[in-house]
Write a protein that binds this ligand. Structure first.
Ligand code: FES
Ligand code: FES
Length: 153
């Protein structure tokens, strides 16, 4: 069955027609063109599809779009303010924490959510926060360094 729903994404309201089984990931990428949210396993294993819902990291491949109504959804496209990157994004660049970049949107959003809740995390807390986000390139050290660096800004 198809229905019209309203999604609040990056501070803007979007009316979209979706089938009940469509995931938030599919709607973000295919209906709204927000391809910064990446699709990899589609099984809840890799974290590349992470977005924030009401400030918390959520796997958009396991979330039905209809269940995201009435909530604040933030994708990587929503982190730039007045043309300026978020401090976690800047730290990823400064620390060289990006290689292929496929995991990066999910990592950055997870890091942002952590720092919003816990502005000065320990290294262990950073590692636990990103434990659901897989990276095949960096070995994680620079990603952890970047989130810690953003925490002291
Ligand atoms: S694509 Fe959602 S967890 Fe892998
Ligand atoms: S930078 Fe390539 S998967 Fe993380």
């Amino acid at each position: 069955m198809k229905r019209m729903i309203e999604l609040n994404v990056n501070g803007e309201s979007h009316a979209v027609i979706v089938e009940d089984h469509r995931t938030l990931l599919e709607v973000l990428r295919e209906s709204l063109g927000l391809t910064g949210t990446k699709e990899a396993c589609d099984l809840g294993d890799c974290g590349t599809c992470t977005v924030l819902i009401d400030g918390k990291p959520v796997l958009s491949c396991l979330t039905l779009a209809i269940d995201a109504q009435g909530k604040e959804i933030t994708t990587i496209e929503g982190l730039v303010r007045n043309g300026e990157l978020h401090k976690v994004q800047k730290a990823f660049i400064e620390k060289g924490a990006v290689q292929c970049g496929f995991c990066t949107p999910g990592m950055v959003l997870t890091g942002k959510a952590l720092l919003d809740e816990n502005p000065q995390p320990t290294e262990q807390e950073v590692r636990e926060a990103i434990s659901g986000n897989l990276c095949r390139c960096t070995g994680y050290v620079k990603i952890v360094d970047a989130i810690l660096a953003a925490s002291v800004e």
